[in-house]
Write a protein that binds this ligand. Structure first.
Ligand SMILES: Cc1ncc(COP(=O)(O)O)c(C=O)c1O
Length: 442
């Protein structure tokens, strides 16, 4: 590829930042992005995100703002909400959360009093920090109880979860994960929540693109509240969204629902919205909301379904190739976009060394804990690999076989820097065959 250095990115008055942004663009073009939470948002998403909307303050919601000059941004937010409702089949949507962690904070703020109980998946088992991890706000301001996966299979254990829920009586049960490679049974979570009188809350940040693509079951409409980031498999801008059961004011109450449940339904949307603003956030990032709307539009196209199907196919092939080379894969495969590699046979705490070795070869992944890892989250014993970004570039099964072979060779010979450099040349050649962001070049 031939690049014209000056016009690409196009900053005019800041040469230092211009050079750094071009370098980052080149890094993303010339290496394999295999961090499962990353993707390449389209050039249109990037353009909306870098637009004049960044200048606009719009505290409040469409039709009820605290500043003037909102005729355009009101429409933008309404379009984003309408598209999201169509995409997910959601009854109520809030597109204002700045990112996943503040969105999760808003859910707890909406539904719990300080000191009440959250039941979420342990970080080392694949849960997120905001699901009740010790150093996070979610366990400092609320009481957090955590569940594991099954030690033998690495799978969610609903019998064990139910026992904890019955004993602990949490106010909210969190499903969803950041490093769980298998399909999540959201219905089973919701049933346990109903049994113990807790809210059910699904964090689908990682799998949202798979849900809208129809390759992962959706937690809607039965889960009380659903959160997703918009920048992972959904391929939008950095940001998040919240969805819940009812539309404010217009309450659709199913037949036979008792009075208590009616109140809960009616109240949810109002509680979620007021927790986001004014509870936690000030002015919404309108540029990000417009970019979310663009991403929703793209995800509503039939091609997105093919994309989601291919993401999972690619991950399955990648897992298989690794296992064929003798690499240990948690749950012996995947149903999703991610593969969790257990490097304990290669040595405790080698996850970071492995990630650094792969980076030298132009393969960007992240060190991760594996279930029942006794190593620390900073020096864990596993590696997380994902296919969303490679699939966006157009790579398919045959490329996964090639990449899986390179990754295996490196993991089985971690000190071999000569091998890593040889793979780097192959990676660069592969990346050149699958160009990305050519429309950003001038
Ligand atoms: C499951 C899950 N929830 C929440 C988040 C937090 O999102 P953010 O990084 O946008 O705060 C992440 C991020 O990786 C995640 O994987």
């Amino acid at each position: 590829m031939v690049y014209a250095m000056q016009k690409t990115i196009g900053l005019q008055g800041d040469a230092q930042m211009q050079a750094l942004l071009v370098r980052e663009l080149r890094r993303q073009q010339q290496t394999l992005q295999m961090i499962p939470s990353e993707n390449y948002a389209s050039a249109d998403v990037l353009r909306a995100n870098g637009s004049v909307l960044s200048n606009k303050y719009a505290e409040g919601y469409a039709g009820k703002r605290y500043y003037q000059g909102n005729e355009v941004v009101d429409e933008i937010e309404e379009v984003a909400i309408a598209r999201a409702k169509k995409l997910f089949g959601a009854q109520h949507v809030n597109v204002q959360p700045y990112s996943g962690s503040p969105a999760n904070m808003a859910v707890y703020h909406a539904l719990l009093k300080p000191g009440e109980k959250i039941l979420g998946m342990k970080l080392s088992m694949g849960g997120h920090l905001t699901h009740g991890h010790g150093v996070n706000f979610s366990s400092r301001y609320f009481k957090a109880v955590q569940y594991d996966v099954d030690e033998k299979t690495g799978l969610l254990d609903f019998e064990a979860l139910r026992k904890i829920a019955l004993k602990e009586k949490p106010q909210i049960i969190v499903s969803g994960a950041t490093a769980y490679p298998r399909m999540i049974d959201f219905k089973a979570f919701d049933e346990i929540a109903q049994e113990v009188g807790a809210y059910s809350f699904a964090d689908i940040s990682h799998i949202a693109g798979l849900v809208v693509g129809g390759v992962h079951k959706s937690p809607l409409p039965f889960t009380d509240v659903v959160m997703s980031t918009t920048h992972k498999t959904l391929r939008g801008p950095r940001g998040a969204m919240l969805m819940c059961k009812n539309e404010d004011g217009v309450v659709v109450i199913p037949e036979g629902v008792d009075e208590k449940e009616r109140f809960k339904l009616k109240d949810l949307a109002r509680k979620i919205d007021s927790a986001v603003f004014p509870g936690l956030q000030g002015g919404p990032h309108m540029q990000s909301i417009a970019a979310k709307a663009v991403a929703f539009h793209e995800a509503l196209q039939p091609e997105f379904k093919s994309y989601a199907i291919q993401v999972v196919r690619n991950a399955k092939v990648l897992a298989l190739v690794l296992m064929e080379h003798g690499i240990k894969v948690v749950t012996e495969g995947t149903d999703t976009h991610l593969v969790l590699v257990d490097l304990r046979p290669q040595g405790k705490s080698v996850g970071r060394e492995a990630a650094v070795a792969l980076e030298r070869a132009g393969i960007v992944a992240n060190a991760n804990t594996v279930p029942f890892d006794t190593a620390s989250p900073f020096m864990p014993s596993g590696l997380r690999l994902g296919t969303p970004a490679l699939t966006t570039r157009g790579m398919r099964e045959s490329e996964m076989k090639e990449i899986g072979g390179w990754i295996s060779a490196i993991l089985l010979d971690l000190k071999n820097t000569e091998l890593q450099l040889r793979v780097r040349a192959c990676v660069e050649e592969l990346c050149a065959r699958f160009p990305i962001y050519t429309e950003l070049e001038e």
